[in-house]
Write a protein that binds this ligand. Structure first.
Ligand code: CP
Length: 304
């Protein structure tokens, strides 16, 4: 089944599949929700959503739960270790089972970046990608865009640097594709083994040194060193990573005066980012977390 057909069901599998207009519509609605102190009515009170996280999460899982509850939905949380997936039931069969029970939206995080599209083509409930392998993390990207737009008043024209483990980052991949739709110049930097092949870059993106990426950007987006994945290499290097590739205080002092710091989190303080910068007045990190709830409210509304 063609992806366009699956998209009609209001799945959200990746930002690659969204037009700029669709992204802007989600941001507008997320912006609306971010400004409400109390939810207006219960627009999704008849909906049941299920969080299925096959990888750990704090921000994405809880913000979807908060978002769903603010909209009045029933929320189910699925725990793989106490489910029949432990007996070998597939993710597809699990989702079909939930669908038969009346679940309307499945929010899925998993390590396989090739599975969701196929599942989405075979189910009637809506699937939202909460991060699939190294492929995409669309709601993180949308909350990043909303945070940038609220801070600068626009997305277009800004230079965005994404620094760290680009190759294994679903956040970097989603942001690269979304920012290309807005025509932004995107700079990537980090250790050589973490950088994408030039052939994978979109038209307005390029690879630069970490120093240039920090110095030239309006938005400096740091990525987590995935220590669980690279313990062999970076377990020994944690002390030197900050100075070689991270946002150290010395590099921070070269940033443009109006430039801001972002990070999808979780972060390793004093590894990819100097600890004191996380809560500095130039950091939008907790604004990103807050916007995660608002954007996910917009995405849930879109999914029913
Ligand atoms: N940024 C993000 O996806 O965080 P979690 O892994 O905690 O959900």
């Amino acid at each position: 089944m063609a992806l366009a057909e699956t998209m009609n069901k209001r799945h959200l599998l990746g930002v690659r599949d969204l037009s700029k207009e669709e992204i802007v519509a989600i941001l507008d609605r997320g912006d609306f929700w971010s400004r409400q102190t109390n939810p207006i009515g219960m627009p999704l009170q008849n909906a049941t959503i299920c969080n299925l996280f096959f990888e750990p999460s704090t921000r994405t899982r809880f913000s979807f739960e908060v978002a769903a509850k603010k909209l009045g939905s029933h929320v189910l949380n699925f725990y793989p270790s106490s489910s029949s997936t432990e007996k070998g039931e597939s993710i597809y069969d699990t989702i079909k089972t939930l669908e038969a029970m009346g679940v309307n939206i499945a929010i899925v995080r998993l390590s396989d970046g090739n599975l969701l599209e196929e599942i989405a083509s075979k189910v009637n409930l809506s699937i939202i990608n909460a991060g699939d392998g190294v492929h995409e993390h669309p709601t993180q990207c949308l909350l990043d865009l909303l945070t940038i737009r609220q801070h600068f008043g626009q997305i277009e024209g800004l230079k965005v640097s994404i620094i760290g483990d680009i190759k294994h980052s679903r956040v970097a991949h989603s942001n690269m594709h979304a920012l290309s739709k807005f025509g932004n110049e995107v700079m990537f930097a980090g250790p050589a083994e973490f950088l994408p092949d030039e052939s994978e870059l979109t038209a307005n993106s390029r690879i630069v040194s970490v120093d240039e990426a920090v110095r030239e950007a309006d938005v400096v987006m740091m990525l987590r060193v995935q220590l669980e994945r690279h313990a062999d290499r970076y377990g020994d290097m944690v002390d030197s990573y900050l100075n070689e590739y991270g946002l150290s205080m010395d590099r921070f002092n070269t940033m443009k005066p109006e430039a801001v710091i972002m990070h999808p989190a979780p972060f390793n303080r004093d590894v990819e980012i100097a600890a004191e910068l996380v809560e500095s007045d130039r950091s939008l990190i907790y604004k990103q977390v807050a916007n995660g709830v608002a954007v996910r409210m917009a995405v849930l509304e879109r999914a029913v």
